[in-house]
Design a binder for this molecule. Structure first.
Ligand code: DWN
Ligand code: ZN
Length: 411
């Protein structure tokens, strides 16, 4: 169920340096019942960040099996307003810039089908590939044809044989979840038409480092991409990185575009611009990673101190949102049930369960709405705007948000 690699998953070099230890940590989406807690079966695994000396790829080497992590999944893309709007715009771009009627779009890690559902009525054929059975059922209910399996050479061979090749392959917040990047790139290349494009989004390492987003790290996220190692990964598999565009979601994301090397496309200037930025930030040295680790330790100390002060003043604290990232933060900063009475989350399948490691009850938003908590620790800080917008009533009656990232502050 867990093994440790000893090579970089992009360039296979054995020279890697550990720069941050955030664990041992439980699995960030392994919410549990009271009974499971009593049985004491919760496992912890190292959560250590490494950087490769040769290609500068930032990654975990501790790998938890994909079947454990993704066969049944608690994250649904539709639980916010921000993400569906972002994906609707993404689908519009694919429709107008990259496809024509009759073309096929395949998405790996298609979750509950939120992105693909936008192609309904567009004349494009579309198919999701999603390993989580519960999530793919939600997608099918929404009318999105979904293959319930992992995306690999076997599944793309079936798709290519039965439906033909894809003009666009999409993969959002999923490339970083895959251990076998070589196999992934090969599979995508096999599925793409000769003029096809693979478009995928990953959280951007530059944003993660600059904004102290250490909670992006959990066992599902094996890779933390900068453009430079992503380019190396693509080239090793016979693809060319042709464009990259920064996006605001999930604390800072990049959308990458890759085509067959044989298509001979010229990369846009944006690729060179971001490569230069990464060079200027010295991402090919250890310094920025060590500085990040020092800032993250300070963040933990500052947050713990702020919380202790609030508690001393008799304030009632709760958590707002129970994202996977929140569990990294709670466990790393040792914020438990003695600090937070509960965390509220809009995801029905998380409600009634306890947070991994810290065992704080997850409750529906109605509880928070009718409770006079003083301070809500915003664990889903990547939706700050959306949350501040909808929680005016809480703030009007004197409630405060404690936003932990990039540096803890009270709003
Ligand atoms: O890559 C991944 C990303 C895209 O999604 C995954 N491996 C898993 C997941 O990460 P996450 O759980 O950190 O994602 P979010 O989107 O930050 O999760 C937000 C959580 O907060 C959800 O559980 C819903 C909840 N929420 C809420 O309770 N009230 C969110 C909003 C906006 C709200 O108003
Ligand atoms: Zn490497």
């Amino acid at each position: 169920m867990h093994f440790k690699r000893d090579t970089c998953r992009v360039c296979l070099s054995k020279e890697l340096t550990k720069f941050s230890e955030l664990g041992p940590q439980p699995l960030a989406n392994a919410f549990l019942t009271q009974k499971m807690v009593e049985e004491g079966k919760e496992e912890r695994f190292p959560l250590d960040l490494y950087v490769c000396h040769r290609c500068s790829h930032v990654q975990l080497l501790d790998v938890v099996s994909k079947e454990t992590l993704f066969s049944h999944y608690l994250y649904f893309s539709t639980v916010s307003r921000t993400i569906p709007a972002h994906f609707a715009a993404f689908a519009k771009e694919v429709e107008t810039e990259h496809t024509q009627r009759g073309d096929m779009v395949v998405e790996l890690g298609s979750n509950d089908g939120v992105l693909l559902s936008a192609f309904e009525g567009s004349g494009r054929r579309f198919l999701g590939v999603e390993p989580a059975t519960n999530v793919s059922e939600a997608a099918r209910k929404r009318g999105v044809p979904t293959m319930n399996r992992f995306f690999d050479m076997e599944s793309v061979t079936i798709i290519a044989r039965d439906l033909g090749k894809a003009k666009v392959v999409i993969g959002n917040n999923v490339v970083g979840h895959i251990d076998d990047l070589e196999g992934l790139v090969k599979s995508v290349k096999h599925l793409l038409t000769p003029d096809g494009v693979w478009i995928f989004e990953v959280p951007y390492l530059v944003d993660m480092l600059e904004k102290n987003e250490f909670d992006t790290a959990y066992h599902e996220h094996l890779s933390y991409f900068a453009v430079s190692p992503a380019k190396t990964m693509l080239e090793r598999g016979g693809l060319t990185l042709v464009d990259v565009r920064r996006q605001p979601v999930h604390g800072g994301t990049i959308r990458l575009y890759a085509k067959h090397k044989e298509a001979g496309a010229t990369p846009t200037p944006r690729v060179a611009e971001l490569l230069k930025l990464e060079k200027d930030l010295k991402l090919d040295t250890l310094a920025p990673y060590q500085a990040f680790d020092a800032r993250v330790r300070k963040l933990r100390d500052d947050l713990q101190k702020m919380i202790a002060d609030l508690k001393r003043d008799g304030k009632r604290l709760v958590g707002y949102g129970a994202p996977a990232k929140g569990n990294t933060l709670l466990n790393y900063c040792q914020i438990g049930h003695d600090t937070l009475e509960y965390v509220q989350d809009t995801t029905p399948v998380k409600q009634g369960l306890l947070t991994p490691g810290t065992h704080i009850p997850v409750v529906p938003p109605e509880k928070f709405a009718h409770d006079n908590a003083d301070v809500a620790l915003m664990l889903a800080w990547n939706y700050e705007k959306e949350i501040l917008g909808k929680e005016e009533a809480f703030r009007k009656r004197g409630g405060k948000f404690l936003i932990p990232i990039p540096t803890p502050r009270i709003v």
